[in-house]
Design a protein around this ligand. Structure first.
Ligand SMILES: Nc1ncnc2c1ncn2[C@@H]1O[C@H](COP(=O)(O)OP(=O)(O)OP(=O)(O)O)[C@@H](O)[C@H]1O
Ligand SMILES: [Mg+2]
Length: 246
């Protein structure tokens, strides 16, 4: 299976008076993991929302496998979204549904699989994230790290070709962060999907990236392989990757 390539050109977006994105361009290659970093409030989540068509840019273009997202009809957008998995910044599970119902949510809405087939997929995806046998539990009965893994299982339920992770390890302890980072890598490796990981966390940046892109003041100020970014001369990028306030 081949991941989706995303080509972002000259994206701009203001909220009221505030210009958040001011000409963002970024090539996200198919089948690789691109980590997007940048200070809080620089527009990382905003870019993810635009890639899935939940928010329109003021100008600029986003092409997924050559197809312009900003010009898709609602129907095309619906079909396109079925090939994308999203893990939101808050896990965003449905509290009133069991783990199993959460994971099979998209399957129930968009497919005509039998309950038995859905249960099979739920168990398979829960096994991938190390939560086999938990389908009858409710989110409130789970730790934050387990909830995050349920959100992963839900995101991969339909075998997406593009997976967007918004701050997947923020708020987790170092051991659970490592588990989640390993999971991101394993899912990418086994599915061939393209991953976009938005994160602040240094361990996550270096453990999950094949490429790193840094956003600052509304633009992408640097992009490259992890070792290239580590050795950059740009002080903003170096300070960020060294965890120094600049
Ligand atoms: N729907 C909205 N209406 C008004 N302002 C918004 C909206 N969405 C985002 N913003 C503003 O745009 C800026 C960028 O927000 P965004 O959530 O994309 O940042 P971020 O880089 O993901 O930050 P963080 O690292 O804290 O999650 C923020 O100043 C935010 O307040
Ligand atoms: Mg965010």
């Amino acid at each position: 299976m081949k991941g989706i390539a995303v080509s972002i050109r000259d994206l701009s977006k203001s909220f009221g008076e505030k210009k958040v994105l001011n000409g963002v361009s970024l090539e996200i290659p198919a089948g690789q993991s691109t980590v997007v970093i940048g200070p809080s409030g620089c527009g990382k989540s905003t870019i993810l929302r635009m890639i899935v068509g939940l928010l329109n840019p003021d100008s600029g273009s986003i092409a997924c496998d050559g197809k312009e997202v900003t010009r898709m009809s609602p129907r095309e957008l619906g079909e396109f979204r079925q090939r994308i998995g999203i893990v939101f910044q808050s896990s965003a599970l449905f509290d009133s549904m069991t783990v199993g119902e959460n994971v099979s949510f998209a399957l129930s809405r968009h497919t005509r699989l039998s309950q038995r087939e859905k249960n099979g997929i739920v168990e398979e995806k829960l096994r991938v994230v190390g939560l086999e046998g938990s389908s009858q539990l409710y989110p409130a009965e789970l730790s934050g790290g387990m909830q995050k893994r349920v959100a992963f299982a839900r995101a991969i339920a339909r075998d997406p070709l593009l997976i967007l992770y918004d701050e997947p390890t923020t708020g987790l302890d170092p051991i659970m962060s490592t588990v989640i980072e390993d999971l991101i890598n394993a899912i990418g490796r086994e599915s061939g999907a393209t991953s976009v990981v938005v994160t602040h966390q240094l361990s996550t940046i270096f453990r999950t990236s094949q490429r790193i892109a840094m956003l600052s003041r509304g633009q992408v100020i640097g992009v490259g392989k992890p070792e290239e970014m580590k050795n950059t001369k740009d002080p903003l990028i170096r300070d960020f990757l060294d965890g120094r306030p600049s």
